[in-house]
Design a protein around this ligand. Structure first.
Ligand SMILES: NC(=O)c1ccc[n+]([C@@H]2O[C@H](COP(=O)([O-])OP(=O)(O)OC[C@H]3O[C@@H](n4cnc5c(N)ncnc54)[C@H](O)[C@@H]3O)[C@@H](O)[C@H]2O)c1
Length: 264
């Protein structure tokens, strides 16, 4: 696959690193551009065979093109791509730019896809969802899935659900950072050092998540497995219910999703 990247910042670079590491395409088949020369120079330091060109050159080169610029730059860049004369599948990772807006800028025939990524993609552990524009084929959906899977888990959803995805996995890392910090504070209250408490809290969250993913068990089953009658865990779980942790998280996702709708 001839791959293009427009915008070689944090997300563009992380996506490319994952894609190359998994051998989804070869370095020499990638063409990249950025408004700042230092960004493409840094990319070439890491991946010397990547071709660097203008946005138009990337558009002409690519079967699929990852558009990794900031949201306010998406429309202008899509117009450049449309005028360049190629026929790439354009995959935007910009938050909040609708497929309708993208389609208007890309032209009626343009194949556009919209992704809601999250920042753990930077360490190859993202959770993302995408929606396809009306001109995309099933094969385009597969291409998006393949490319994004290089940096984590991917789901396809109708565009109307992307605000829900924003509220859950888009903003979700921030909720979990708060939980990790609070767990660690609990450990410190009970005498652990801050550094040890943070490591134990973060690895507990990562380990529990991995149990859900790898076993496929319902979280309630996994929770029951570690909850003995009259024990420590059930005492803590009862406290969490009393303090409303579960409903606080449900409301957090709902509030973020509604805010995303307002901003959109
Ligand atoms: N949902 C999330 O949690 C999440 C997380 C990270 C990023 N994102 C999305 O990813 C996109 C990129 O974010 P980032 O953190 O990598 O930003 P970044 O600032 O690190 O990278 C953007 C790059 O685009 C380049 N650029 C700007 N204008 C350009 C143009 N006209 N042509 C070519 N290149 C241009 C910049 O020089 C910069 O290198 C954003 O749209 C953001 O909304 C979403």
């Amino acid at each position: 696959m001839k791959l293009g990247i427009i915008g070689c910042g944090k997300m563009g670079t992380a996506l490319l690193r994952g894609i190359l590491a998994r051998g989804i395409c070869a370095e020499a088949d990638v063409c990249a551009s950025d408004a700042i020369g230092a960004a493409t120079a840094a990319l070439q330091q890491l991946h010397p065979d990547v071709i660097v060109g203008s946005n138009e050159a990337v558009a002409r080169h690519s079967d699929a093109l990852l558009l990794c610029v900031k949201p306010y730059q998406i429309v202008e860049t899509l117009k450049q791509i449309a005028a360049a004369g190629g026929d790439p599948l354009v995959i935007s990772i910009a938050a909040g730019v609708s497929l309708e807006k993208m389609q208007a800028a890309a032209g009626a025939e343009g194949r556009v896809a919209r992704v809601m990524p999250n920042t753990p993609a930077l360490v190859g552990k993202g959770a993302a969802a995408f929606s396809l524009g009306g001109q995309c084929t099933e094969a385009d959906g597969q291409t998006v899935m393949t490319l994004l899977s290089a940096v984590g888990h991917v789901e396809q959803v109708p565009e109307i659900l992307l605000n829900a995805v924003t509220g859950l996995s888009g903003s979700g890392p921030a909720y979990i950072y708060t939980i990790i910090e609070a767990l660690a504070d609990g450990g410190v209250v009970m005498g652990l050092s801050k550094a040890q408490a943070l490591q134990l809290a973060a690895h507990t969250v990562a380990g529990a998540a991995e149990m859900v993913i790898q076993t496929g068990e319902h979280p309630a089953v996994l929770r029951d497995n570690v909850t003995s009658p009259g024990g420590t865990t059930i005492a803590a779980l009862a406290k969490l219910e009393e303090k409303g942790l579960r409903s606080a998280l449900i409301e957090a996702v709902r509030t973020a999703a509604l805010r995303a709708e307002e901003l959109g």
